[in-house]
Design a protein around this ligand. Structure first.
Ligand SMILES: [Zn+2]
Length: 126
């Protein structure tokens, strides 16, 4: 079952209350979407929680959500589950520090580009 916004926010709030200090992995510093190559993904630490993709068969839309004038790559851009690119993202939890990270893959004409962004509960739009 895909996660809805309420569930994502609750998971993020719980993660932020973890007594563990945030570990040194780069994904936790990705306040805005950050491009990475697969070899930089800390696969040994990242436990997949669930998808935000509502329908695995239908192509999610490309409309973004920026009511406060943010942009795609703003660190304070809202995390809106029905909007691009959250609507095609997977949620991961770090095994070392329990913090949450979103990831998706951008498909260009001749390339694939992975992007990751940490989850801040306060930015999850309900
Ligand atoms: Zn960590």
């Amino acid at each position: 079952m895909p996660l809805n916004a309420q569930e994502l926010k609750q998971l993020a709030e719980a993660a932020e209350q973890s007594p563990l200090p945030v570990c040194g992995n780069w994904v936790h510093r990705a306040a805005a979407w950050e491009s990475f190559t697969e070899d930089r993904w800390p696969a040994g630490l990242m436990e997949r929680v669930d998808t935000l993709r509502a329908d695995e068969f239908a192509e999610p839309g490309f409309e973004e959500f920026h009511p406060g004038g943010t942009r795609y790559d703003s660190a304070d851009a809202p995390i809106s589950v029905p909007h691009f690119p959250f609507n095609r993202s997977e949620l991961f939890r770090c095994a070392a520090c329990a913090r949450l990270v979103l990831r998706y893959t951008e498909f260009g004409g001749y390339y694939v580009d992975h992007r990751a962004r940490r989850v801040e509960a306060a930015l999850v739009s309900i």
